[in-house]
Design a protein around this ligand. Structure first.
Ligand SMILES: [Mn+2]
Length: 289
């Protein structure tokens, strides 16, 4: 008889663009959890979000609880046992999904949930939620969406999951926690890295630089892992974005931010014009996601 491991963390996508896997692997090892980094390439990919959905569908049967971590979400508190605590709390209350609210961003964006970090139970309801997220028709979800009630529409798995929760009768089986507990943002870290459990780098034009600058704020390396743990696990490459390469990225990113800042009063008009351009041209403009 084979036994299904209890809790596994998985992250990845279609490319390995950041060193998140060092952060995730060390957190998992410290807390006795399994960890895999996966490539989500699949014959059925339609949008950039599908890589993640394909990984979750493929791996959920291999664990009792599967923890999805976006590649731009980093653990910042290596002492905190939030993953096992939240799984225990969900099991006690008979819940099959644990997910955080999408907190207010500096640009005013918010959402009822954020699918960057999810704890999914390998149960009938857990599997049904994943299937609904994977297959829900985005046009149907968009027609149902109410921005005042549901927040920002992102055109992807997050909206499909929220629709699945709300329309599938699963609300009592989903635990929506505060962002500090599972999936927070840079502006909520005030004093130290234990102000929240996971830092999710949403909305950064250059994520690798965003991680490096956040690391500098708290005097830690770009893996966001305490030095003693990097030593313990023999991590040889550390804080790789440095020197002239980093300076080039700083200059480019700051120049782009300055342009965006100056154009902000005209944003609606620019977006309306950009909407009429061919997709190939539009995708090269610095309009953000
Ligand atoms: Mn993300």
């Amino acid at each position: 008889m084979t036994t299904v491991p209890r809790i596994g963390i998985v992250s990845g996508g279609d490319e390995i663009r950041l060193r998140f896997y060092v952060n995730h692997a060390i957190y998992a090892r410290e807390h006795g959890l399994d960890y895999r980094v996966e490539t989500g390439i699949d014959p059925h990919i339609a949008t950039k979000f599908d890589y993640k959905v394909s990984i979750i569908r493929r791996l959920l049967p291999h664990y009792e609880w599967l923890v999805w971590m976006d590649d731009d979400a980093y653990f910042t508190d290596f002492e905190a046992s939030n993953i096992t605590d939240l799984v225990a709390a969900a099991e006690k209350d008979g819940q099959d999904l644990v997910i955080a609210e999408g907190p207010l961003e500096p640009n005013g964006f918010w959402s009822r949930i954020n699918t960057g970090v999810m704890l999914i139970h390998n149960s009938g309801v857990g599997r049904a939620l994943v299937e609904a997220m994977a297959t829900a028709d985005l046009a149907t979800v968009r027609a149902w969406w109410d921005e005042d009630r549901d927040g920002l529409f992102t055109n992807g798995d997050q909206d499909q999951m929220w629709w699945a929760i709300r329309t599938g009768g699963h609300e009592d089986l989903v635990r929506i926690v505060g962002h500090h507990e599972l999936n927070s943002r840079g502006h909520y870290y005030e004093h130290n890295l234990s102000d929240a459990f996971v830092m999710h780098f949403t909305g950064y034009p250059d994520k690798e630089l965003g991680v490096a600058r956040f690391a500098d704020r708290f005097g830690v390396g770009q893996e966001l892992v305490p030095e003693a743990l990097l030593d313990k696990y023999h991590v040889r490459t550390r804080s790789p974005l440095a020197g002239a390469a980093r300076r080039r990225r700083e200059i480019r990113t700051d120049a782009m931010s300055a342009v965006k800042y100056r154009l902000r009063p005209h944003k609606e008009r620019i977006l309306a014009v950009a909407d009429r351009l061919p997709a190939g041209v539009r995708s090269r403009l610095p309009l953000g996601a």
